[in-house]
Design a binder for this molecule. Structure first.
Ligand SMILES: [Zn+2]
Length: 106
């Protein structure tokens, strides 16, 4: 996935891996009855699940909350330390990745 690095705001390619088991059963009722006591996901074949949507959901869940380069290609200018950044201060506040983390911990 091509995402935006939350440290340097440059493009970052993130590879996603999903390893998951699904078991298909006849209908929704069977699915909800069996879903609690097994590890794999139980899916009803009626209505027919869409493989595309299934993949999309799985990949969305795999997306990193805060995509970041392991090492950013450009050194990141720190707001506090660099006066060149002051000019950019008029920009709306960028989302703080740590605030997002803190929100999740609640
Ligand atoms: Zn970066």
């Amino acid at each position: 996935m091509a995402l935006t690095c939350q440290r340097c705001l440059g493009p970052v390619d993130v590879s996603l891996t999903v390893d998951r088991w699904f078991r298909f059963v006849a209908d929704e009722a069977t699915a909800s009855a069996e879903d609690d006591d097994c590890e794999e996901d139980v899916l009803a074949l009626e209505p027919r699940p869409s493989l595309y949507e299934l993949l999309e959901d799985e990949l969305l869940m795999e997306l990193p909350l805060v995509p970041m380069h392991e090492t950013c290609p450009e050194p990141v200018i720190m707001r506090v330390a660099d006066s060149a950044v002051a000019a950019a201060d008029d920009e709306p506040e960028r989302k703080n990745p740590f605030a997002e983390l803190a929100r999740l911990k609640k």
